[in-house]
Design a protein around this ligand. Sequence first.
Ligand SMILES: [Ca+2]
Ligand SMILES: [Ca+2]
Ligand SMILES: [Ca+2]
Ligand SMILES: [Ca+2]
Length: 487
Amino acid sequence: MRLAAVVPTLVLPFLCWSCGLEELIFTEATRGQQVELPPAADNLLEGRTEAALAGASVAVFSGAGTRLEDLAATAGPGGEFTLEAPGNTGFVNLVVVATRGAKSRWGFVPEVPRQVSVLDPPRILPLWSLQPGMDELNRQTTLSTLLLLAKARAAGQTLGVVAPGTAKAAFSQLSSLVTTDARVTTLDEMLARLDAASGVPLRVAPDDGASFLDALALGPLGLDYTGDGVPELGTEPFDAALAAATAAFEFNACYPQDRLRLVLIADLNSGMLDGNCAPIERFRWAKDEPGKEVFVTGAIHEDTPRCGEVAPPCLDGAVIDAANQLLGNWTPNLIPMRDDGAQGDAVAGDGLWTLVVDLPWFAPLGADAPAVRIGYKYTFGFPTKGWTGTEEWPGNKRVLELRDQNGDRLITRYDRFGDETSNKDKSNLLSPAKGGCGVVVFPSEGPREGCANDVFESMIDTDADCEKDAWPSPGTAGPLIMECPGT
Ligand SMILES: [Ca+2]
Ligand SMILES: [Ca+2]
Ligand SMILES: [Ca+2]
Ligand SMILES: [Ca+2]
């Protein structure tokens, strides 16, 4: 880190511990000095598996089922392990999986708070302090975690969108249901039989519709996991028992109705193709210089309904002003994007720059109804520098209407830096053959023959065949969630 070399001369003369080094560093950083924030110290998540799994490898998954590659450990001879979680990131609804041979034990962690200050030392967080019942990973924690995952899936969601407090309470409740509710007891007994025979061959994130139980692990002769003396070859009895047990408890995912999380991803890699399937000239307008970084700037779009001018739904002027500040309000090279693997950026140094920002929002009343829109543009520059030689292109902006297109309660917009065929509002270079007409049109403006409307989050082409094939990953960002009223 450059910090160690720079800070002593730059900051120490002003240093008083009571006034807070962190504030000073932020001030210097936002003034554009060559100062980097020191990373926050790790959160050390201390857990334990039951002794039978001593030496197990420990992996961590997000509530949506993504393996978090950087969080891994090996259990010691007593089953103890420590996961080193980066302190600059808060996590919710983590699934911890300890595996040794065919045996595995699952556990659940509702919330790991990020470190408060970069000055704080590494923080030790025993898993039991984050989730009651997590003193050790055992069959009970496996059962409870499985039920949380299955409950979310039964509602057409993932555990990632459940309010952590709601999931935490449900997890605690499940340890008593196993003795009081026959549906949960039946499932627990199946897990016990499977474990005695072959380990618990479960999958955290089975494909859509597939069983959490790995049928292949049942072997060619099957296993009697129902306890009637007849081996099962398939997962149906298990799936039915799991469905019944998920009906034994309740939780709901609740979302704020006045905010929506936006994940902007700007791809700065070379060799990218635009909407015409032609190479993108990244540095046609921006100058390529070492040490530059990607910034974004923008504001709530002027078409967004403003309260006092139109009937609700609308945004208040003060709310719009605050959001404009979050977006940089058209000051270039002010709001940095991140390619350091933190705060929503999935992978450090991969040329995909990420900004996660929570914006004011209302649900539009229909497909053609007014909605919250933003204008924005990327720059490649040094902090506080002007537009010249840094912006993607002069004069135009990108436009985006905040409508969730794939039901994940996030707006994830992946853009290729300098792509003049995308959501660039004017002088758009998408060819007529690809649906271009020189400008970008919102569908709510009515059909306009021959005009593209690339104004939403959209699928992307991940394999360079010029066909869109997948929704972009929101990285480590999850949707905004809240405790449900009355729970
Ligand atoms: Ca059986
Ligand atoms: Ca990245
Ligand atoms: Ca979405
Ligand atoms: Ca493709």
